[in-house]
Design a protein. Structure first.
Length: 421
């Protein structure tokens, strides 16, 4: 059930869109934000409604004009993070039925993994409606190898993806008060606590586990972004069901994020190196810079200086790129920046980004991950990568579309409807 303030926000956006469409307000018609909210909410809801009833996960890279992505490893893949965002966005859009179908699939995944019975989520699953039995993992048939291929990252379990799955499940619980969502979130967070906590300074949570079962590789580096995600998830759990243990886990993750603030440069370090101790001072990620401002409660005012840093280090044309000195616009990150600016009381910083985001929409309403053929994040997908091979491509993207909806509506995805109560 939506809160009244949520519903009010959505009706304001809908009326604004209709007024612009009929020429009733030239000033409003010139503002792409209301239309962006309406079109992204519509395309997300339609993507869910177009499939058979029941729990489902959406493809992170939907077809464009009926054509699947050229990259085989991205076809029919439902990344957990993207789907968690989509569920949170759909609740904000007032599309609770569609939001719940994705949350139901995430809850199902915590108890129907084909190999593990410990509550973890995989980084990705096969897109589509779920059937009974083990949840299907992504993969594709390689004619070159004459064998079934699975991407090592996609079937792994990164810490940040656990946190986002939990955040989506906790938002579903806020909206419905149905216990299975709460219990699923607890399972995910319990796995993360038991398997990724590292007590060596700076105390925090490592990157997760990578590779094919049963010999997965422990990723010992600690990420500012992952710990910010966990701080938000544990805090949300503690606020819904107050518990000293949850508060303690949130404090650990929160303190790690604080430890990564570089006051001299006015920015966050991206985290540590593989040893879990040594600071990584060279690379930068846009999400690690701005998410702490909305993921953590009562962030220090000094953290606002990060906007100056990203303007200097992450600018890509009229928007922002993923890495320092980016090689192109990252649509999702540009939407993230608009969302954070709005939520932190700087709408003037968000205003120039709405037309940038609107320009990334395909004819069917999905936003492209980037207008470039390919952009680099400066990061490697996994420990077996020989180069920094984590890229975004000029493809319609669920994550970018969900973030654009979240930003245009003005909801905090880390706290969801909590802030609207």
């Amino acid at each position: 059930m939506m809160t009244s303030s949520y519903a009010g926000k959505r009706w304001v956006l809908t009326l604004g869109f209709l007024a612009a469409a009929h020429g009733a307000s030239p000033a409003l018609a010139a503002d792409p934000m209301p239309r962006l909210a309406e079109t992204t909410c519509t395309v997300l809801d339609q993507a869910v409604q177009a499939q058979a009833a029941g729990p489902l996960l959406l493809a992170s890279y939907p077809p464009l004009a009926g054509q699947q992505p050229e990259i085989l490893a991205l076809r029919g893949v439902a990344f957990t993070y993207d789907n968690a965002l989509a569920s949170i966005a759909l609740f904000a859009c007032g599309k609770a039925q569609s939001a719940r179908r994705i949350a139901d699939a995430l809850a199902y995944a915590t108890v129907h993994d084909p190999e593990y019975q410990d509550g973890r989520l995989r980084n990705a699953y096969a897109a589509g409606p779920l059937k009974s039995g083990p949840i299907p993992l992504p993969g594709y048939w390689s004619t070159q190898r004459n064998a079934w291929n699975q991407d090592a990252y996609q079937i792994s379990s990164a810490t940040g993806n656990q946190a986002w799955g939990a955040l989506a499940l906790l938002e579903a619980y806020r909206q419905t008060r149905e216990a299975p969502y709460l219990e699923a979130a607890r399972r995910v967070l319990r796995w993360t606590e038991q398997n990724t906590y590292d007590s060596q300074p700076p105390e925090g949570f490592i990157g997760g586990y990578y590779g094919y079962p049963p010999q997965q590789t422990r990723q010992g580096w600690k990420s500012t972004e992952h710990n910010a995600d966990l701080a938000a998830a544990w805090t949300a759990l503690d606020q819904l069901v107050p518990d000293e243990h949850s508060a303690r886990q949130a404090k650990i993750a929160r303190q790690f994020v604080f430890s990564q603030w570089d006051a001299r440069e006015g920015r966050f370090l991206i985290g540590t190196l593989d040893d879990g101790r040594t600071p990584e001072r060279v690379r930068s990620g846009l999400d690690a810079q701005i998410w702490p401002l909305i993921a953590l409660q009562d962030p220090p005012a000094d953290w606002q200086r990060v906007f100056s840093f990203i303007d200097q280090a992450h600018r890509a044309g009229s928007g922002y790129g993923f890495k320092r000195n980016p090689d192109g616009l990252w649509t999702e990150g540009t939407a993230q920046t608009a969302a954070v600016a709005r939520l932190r009381g700087s709408p003037e910083k968000a205003q120039p980004l709405w037309p940038v985001l609107a320009a990334q929409q395909a004819a069917d309403g999905w936003l492209f991950a980037t207008p470039e053929a390919r952009i680099s994040t400066g990061l490697a997908i996994g420990p077996d990568s020989v180069i920094d091979d984590f890229f975004y491509y000029h493809l319609p993207h669920l994550g970018a579309t969900a973030w654009a909806a979240i930003a245009a509506i003005g909801i905090n995805p880390f706290t969801g409807s909590q802030e609207a109560n």
